[in-house]
Ligand binder design. Structure first.
Ligand SMILES: Cc1ncc(COP(=O)(O)O)c(C=O)c1O
Length: 409
């Protein structure tokens, strides 16, 4: 298992291996294990952005005729590729933060009760929900979950019993630190109120069965680029009666009939707000096409195989150096990244990037996060990265780097 030949055998058998060549790869000595934070640029996106510039230059404002429906068209593609959604259930707009505000605000306006969110949820989600609870005069309940295993149905049930009446539950499908994959079907069955899923760390590596409401990033496993807007999904049967609290002209019926009062478009399109970012939308389209072509079954199988390979190597090589697994042990309970805990995780992360050219990230207080996007990560990358990590820590050279905290970790 720990021989490089084994990694090479796994790569040779990998049906997704040819996808790697469809990305901008840069320095061949750099091992990129942070695509769960920012995916790599697809080659097709480079060409598409050049074409967009030409179109902008030649057609000028007239090109809006072609661009205006991109949030819906690309939304349908992302919905199909990632959520197995029907047309008309997904749009692209704003950031995940803003989409969560719009969707949770719409749900809360239709139901009485408290808002529930795991205490360990990604900060922006907690902040949005806390703010909405204050605006709508609701109780805001943060509930405890296992730090490694993430939220399970029983946690949601317990929190709901304590809260009494519940308006909405918000949680991530894949926990941002540990990579734990929640059981969407079990949580949906246990929740006494609509569940809004944050799919940021799962879109493109895991199926979210049985969900009705979701938001999520496109710049991670969908490779749409820094700051690309997010998706917002509402299953058809839940759309009636939901009204965005952020009324904007792109959500308006006949938006160029300027003198009218706000009358939102039906369904999910009513959640559009302001002018969409067209360069980012075409980048999402190219990224999502690759995901659709690869297919969720193959992406899921490779995410499990890659993370399992990393966990096995880390047990052999890294446990003796003080590392502990910070992710669920069972591969089917993980998303596309693995966390390794170590008391010196921050200087190790810095040295791994600066000295060993293995790009990872750090999530406090003690986790080194290693992301393995299945579209372009090779088993040989995992082998090489862990070999470099083992040598770094065994030699103590991680103590020689400047360990001042950076603005971005
Ligand atoms: C789980 C999760 N939710 C939300 C966000 C924030 O998304 P945005 O900054 O696009 O609003 C992130 C960003 O990494 C995330 O990981």
């Amino acid at each position: 298992m720990s021989e490089r030949a084994e990694a090479e055998r796994l790569d040779a058998e990998d049906p997704l291996a040819p996808f790697r060549e469809r990305f901008v790869l840069g320095d061949p000595d750099v091992i990129y294990l942070d695509g769960n934070s920012l995916g790599r640029p697809p080659l097709a996106t480079r060409e598409r952005l050049t074409r967009l510039l030409d179109q902008w230059g030649s057609e000028l404002v007239g090109a809006w005729e072609d661009w205006i429906d991109l949030p819906v068209r690309v939304g349908d593609l992302v919905g199909r590729a990632v959520l197995e959604a029907r047309p008309g259930e997904t749009i692209i707009s704003d950031s995940t933060t803003v989409n969560l505000y719009k969707l949770a605000g719409a749900i809360i306006a239709t139901r009485p009760g408290a808002v529930l969110v795991p205490r360990d949820e990604f900060p922006t989600d907690r902040y949005v929900l806390e703010g909405l609870a204050r605006t709508y005069g609701r109780e805001f309940h943060e509930f405890d979950t296992d730090r490694i295993e993430g939220p399970v149905a029983a946690d949601v049930q317990r929190a709901a019993e304590r809260a009494g009446e519940v308006a909405a539950v918000v949680l991530s499908h894949v926990q941002y630190r540990s990579g734990a994959l929640a059981d969407t079907t079990a949580v949906e069955a246990a929740a006494p109120a609509p569940v809004i899923w944050d799919l940021s760390h799962s879109a493109g590596v895991a199926r979210a069965g049985g969900i009705g409401l979701a938001v999520g990033c496109t710049y991670k496993y969908l490779n749409a680029g820094p700051g690309a807007p997010a998706f917002l999904y509402v299953r058809e049967d839940l759309q009636a009666g939901l009204e965005t609290p952020l009324q904007g002209w792109f959500g308006q019926h006949d938006q160029f009939e300027m003198e009218r009062a706000f009358d939102p478009q039906p369904g999910v399109r009513g959640f559009l707000a302001g002018t969409p970012n067209i360069p980012a939308l075409v980048a999402i389209e190219e990224g999502a096409r690759l995901t659709e072509e690869a297919g969720l079954d193959r992406l899921r199988a490779k995410a499990e195989a890659l993370t399992a390979y990393l966990v096995e190597l880390s047990e052999d090589w890294l446990a003796p150096l003080g590392f502990e697994l910070g992710s669920p042990r069972a591969a089917e309970r993980r998303g596309g990244h693995v966390s390794l805990r170590h008391p010196e995780a921050w200087p190790i992360c810095r040295a791994l990037i600066e000295v060993e050219k293995v790009v990872s990230d750090f999530r406090g207080p003690d986790s080194l996060r290693l992301g393995l996007p299945p579209l372009y990560t090779r088993f040989a990358d995992v082998h090489e990265a862990l070999e470099r990590l083992r040598e770094l820590v065994a030699s103590g050279r991680h103590r020689e780097v400047d360990s001042a905290r950076k603005r971005v970790t």
